[in-house]
Design a binder for this molecule. Structure first.
Ligand SMILES: Nc1ncnc2c1ncn2[C@@H]1O[C@H](COP(=O)(O)OP(=O)(O)O)[C@@H](O)[C@H]1O
Ligand SMILES: [Mg+2]
Length: 247
């Protein structure tokens, strides 16, 4: 299998409502792909189908390696410390031996002994990330993991997340509704829109823009923001580096 994830002909309905219809997506090994789209368009449904948390009505999903899933809310066990929450997810001695390393990786070593109620939102989300990373998944599915955080904290965790994905060599699929977050973290962005959701726009984030926060908006950034500024509708013409997937 050449891709990390291969999705073909994926359909998912909730009652009469088609959220995904013959949806296709290929994720390259090692890439960070951002799925960008308005609330309710089907991003979580797509990610949950990949993770096997939701049963598709039709289609095939092939995943090359083990998956880790990070949700919008940290979902920590309130009666366990950070370290024990992470250890609880470990399934073997090898994984249990990783607990201290992953706490270090997410910057939580000093907070290892704290209970979830003693954590800030950002720390709790770092703990959730550590809990996923302890199993050493090669593919990370991230469903708006930073959306519940305030703006400053979000920037800080975006930086950490970029570093963690790089250091672990993971393939990542990041669902977000934040254009700047997608541009900062992703190698490639697929914009979902419509009902059923389609990939209406696809962008390879130009290399100089990846993991960079240039104060000046470059052409590509302006083009993408302009395209998305019309609320997910397809832009009239394609800009440099921007592919309109479907007319
Ligand atoms: N379990 C469910 N039962 C019925 N409808 C659902 C369910 N989950 C999601 N939906 C609906 O499917 C659509 C897509 O939801 P979702 O994938 O959560 O969107 P997003 O993550 O992009 O906000 C929404 O209209 C939502 O209300
Ligand atoms: Mg969602």
């Amino acid at each position: 299998m050449r891709h990390a994830i291969e999705i073909d002909g994926l359909s998912k309905h909730y009652g009469p409502r088609a959220v995904l219809e013959r949806f296709e997506l290929f994720v390259e090994p090692g890439e960070t792909l951002a799925i960008l789209g308005a609330s309710g368009c089907g991003k979580s449904t797509l990610l949950r189908c990949i993770a096997g948390l939701v049963q598709p009505d039709a289609g095939t999903i092939a995943v090359r390696d083990e998956l880790g899933f990070v949700f919008q809310e940290p979902r920590l066990l309130p009666w366990l410390t950070v370290e024990r929450n992470v250890a609880f997810a470990a399934r073997s001695d090898v994984e249990r031996a990783r607990v201290k390393d992953v706490l270090e990786l997410v910057g939580l070593t000093p907070a290892a002994h704290l209970l979830p109620k003693q954590l800030s939102g950002g720390m709790a989300q770092r703990a959730a990330l550590a809990r996923t990373l302890v199993r050493n998944p090669k593919i990370l599915l991230l469903d708006e993991p930073l959306s519940a955080l305030d703006a400053l904290l979000r920037l800080e965790l975006q930086t950490s997340l970029a570093q963690i994905v790089r250091e672990t060599g993971s393939t990542a699929v990041l669902v977000t509704h934040d254009v700047q977050e997608a541009l900062y973290l992703a190698d490639r962005i697929v914009v979902l829109d419509g009902a059923p959701a389609r990939g209406v726009l696809e962008l390879d984030v130009p290399v100089p823009l990846r993991r960079s926060r240039t104060a000046d908006l470059t052409d590509e950034r302006i083009a993408l923001l302009a395209a998305l500024g019309i609320e997910g509708r397809v832009p009239k013409r394609s800009h440099r580096g921007l592919r309109v997937v479907a007319p």
